[in-house]
Design a protein around this ligand. Structure first.
Ligand code: ITT
Length: 201
């Protein structure tokens, strides 16, 4: 069954410039225009992320922002999950410190002296697609890595400098955003989103 209207434009509802860069990179070769929410509605108040899961928070953000525009909106909730630390920091990934380096130091302290096989970590991304305050669908992506003892690399954002991806023997901060999109939680979730919107266009 074909949808009547094409998803030829998506409003990206995030305040995180690192995410914006990766989305723009991914979509740059496709016939889908990414518009930032700020460019449509200006600097509006962010919704409270009261959910207990990434999916709940992604939905909260997508529903909230999609009430400000008639265009389809995509939001993301993502974070780092460390099973040895009972899945910390999880949905609190952006809130455990004032800036990226404080947040990185917090997890390095918690893992101080812990051997490599227990330093497994996952990045998780859940995207929510919504229109006029209603969720159309969610998409998720996950990638496994290891938290190394000292930050390496200057690219990316957030926990990328300590997230070591074994298949390429580099951290996510040592590769370009294009390459990161090939392996990352976000890249994997975006791939599912694209499959959905292009099948229904
Ligand atoms: P928005 O809600 O406006 O999208 P945010 O930064 O608050 O921006 P989240 O609530 O989804 O977004 O928090 C995700 C946090 O998880 C993010 O701030 C980083 O600290 C971390 N994170 C997520 N994806 C990451 C990635 O690809 N690389 C490094 N850190 C990442």
């Amino acid at each position: 069954m074909k949808r009547e209207r094409k998803f030829n434009q998506l409003v990206l509802a995030t305040k995180n410039s690192g995410k914006v860069k990766e989305f723009q990179k991914y979509f740059s070769s496709l016939n889908i225009k990414i518009v930032k929410i700020d460019d449509i509605v200006g600097d509006i108040k962010e919704p409270e992320e009261t959910g207990k899961t990434f999916k709940e928070n992604a939905k909260i953000k997508a529903i909230y922002y999609s009430k400000f525009t008639d265009k389809p909106v995509i939001s993301e909730d993502s974070g780092l999950v460390i099973p040895y630390l009972n899945n910390y920091p999880g949905v609190y990934s952006s809130r455990i410190g004032k800036n990226d380096s404080e947040r990185i130091n917090k997890i390095l302290e918690k893992l101080n002296g812990i051997e490599e096989d227990k330093r497994v970590a996952y990045f998780v991304s859940v995207l929510a697609l919504a229109e006029n305050g209603k969720i159309i669908k969610t998409f998720s992506g996950k990638v496994k890595g290891y938290i190394i003892k000292e930050p390496k690399g200057n690219n990316g954002f957030g926990y990328d400098p300590v997230f070591y991806y074994k298949p390429i023997r580099k951290t996510f901060a040592q590769i370009s955003s294009e390459e990161k999109n090939k392996y990352s939680h976000r890249g994997r979730a975006i791939k599912k989103l694209i499959k959905f919107i292009t099948n229904f266009s």
